[in-house]
Design a protein around this ligand. Structure first.
Ligand SMILES: [Zn+2]
Ligand SMILES: [Zn+2]
Length: 106
């Protein structure tokens, strides 16, 4: 490790300074900190972040597949049934309770 330091002595180590960037999503200014710049350089990222942390976090969360539910009225009892699929008009829809009951009767 010591030898490496001598070898690198002539190489100019980049000095990072906090940089203020403008988020292209929300237009707010955000700080691209020296620490983040060093991290980016270490990872070999060429591009500066284009969006602020809030927007990046929001995007990360938005990327999560959220389970979609369809609401339909139970053919049997009239309760609102939450379905994980799009109910088709010509098929009876059952709430989970009725569905279970029918399954047991079989
Ligand atoms: Zn933003
Ligand atoms: Zn029902």
């Amino acid at each position: 490790m010591y030898e490496d330091e001598i070898m690198d002595a002539n190489v100019e180590t980049p000095v990072y300074e906090d940089e203020t960037l403008v988020c292209k999503e929300c237009g707010n200014e955000f700080v691209f900190t020296a620490g983040e710049q060093a991290f980016y350089a270490e990872k070999g990222f060429q591009n500066k972040p284009k969006t602020c942390k809030a927007c990046r976090d929001a995007k990360k969360n938005a990327g999560k597949p959220e389970r979609q539910y369809f609401e339909a009225t139970c053919t049997n009892c009239g309760a609102i049934a939450k379905l994980t699929f799009q109910p088709s008009a010509d098929r009876p829809v059952y709430c989970s309770a009725c569905f279970e009951a029918r399954r047991r009767d079989r």
